[in-house]
Design a protein. Structure first.
Length: 238
């Protein structure tokens, strides 16, 4: 199914008993400075690149803007060693009161991120409850699919599973044409600005620009509004 849950969502091994430790380490290692949980893990700032949201990260097939097919635990390890400087057990022990190893720290933070999951009306709709979305939101979903958006933004997360050439149909001024991961659009209504460099401020403009530059289509204003209405529905939680 076009919007079914990716197998990656249930394939990863986690250690739920380590989640409390992971939550503490996530703060102490400085991860929360760029990935605050109350904003879904996106801080709206550009560091090396735009900070991606972390909600539902355990459900994504590809990680990072380059779209690596890498296990979440391996990704966490690399972020801790390269970005947070926790290169060995001694560095981890200096960070926390417990005598834990780097391996345990990686497992703990991975367990914490596995709890960053959302569920809402969009999930119920995908699971067969047509009434979970309003008629206007279903029209927006139809426009999303018919316009070609779902070519790159499929799955329950509406993306995060494939890479595509930026500016495939028409180059974007000021941007290099290169491959980027098609980001998850679930929660896009709450994680502005957009693109890998946060160069697009509003969701309606992002929809319009991506249709033009990736699909070679000029969307009518009504279609843009409909798609934005649908995307707002996907960020609502139970």
């Amino acid at each position: 199914m076009l919007f079914s849950l990716d197998a990656r969502a249930t394939a990863q091994t986690v250690h739920p008993e380590l989640q409390p430790l992971g939550a503490r380490l996530f703060e102490r290692a400085g991860c929360a400075k760029c990935h605050p949980r109350d904003t879904l893990g996106a801080d709206g700032a550009v560091h090396e690149r735009a900070t991606p949201q972390l909600v539902d990260v355990a459900r994504q097939v590809l990680l990072g803007w380059d779209g690596e097919r890498i296990d979440l635990e391996a990704f966490v390890r690399r972020e801790l060693t390269q970005r947070a400087g926790l290169v060995d057990d001694a560095a981890v022990r200096a960070l926390d009161d417990e005598a834990i190893s780097l391996d345990v720290a990686v497992q703990a933070i991975t367990a914490e991120l596995a709890t960053w999951r959302s569920r809402g009306r969009w999930d119920r709709y995908v699971e067969g409850d047509d009434a979970a979305l309003t008629a206007e939101e279903r029209d927006g979903l139809a426009a999303f699919v018919e316009s070609g958006c779902a070519t790159c933004h499929a799955g329950r997360n509406l993306g995060g599973r494939s890479t595509h050439l930026l500016g495939l149909a028409e180059p974007i001024p000021g941007h290099v044409r290169r491959l980027y991961r098609a980001p998850m659009l679930r929660h896009a209504a709450r994680t502005a600005p957009y693109l890998h460099d946060h160069s697009i401020a509003g969701l309606d403009e992002a929809v319009r620009q991506m249709a033009r530059h990736e699909l070679g289509r000029t969307l009518a204003d009504a279609d843009v509004r409909a798609i934005v209405t649908f995307l707002h529905a996907t960020t609502q939680t139970d």
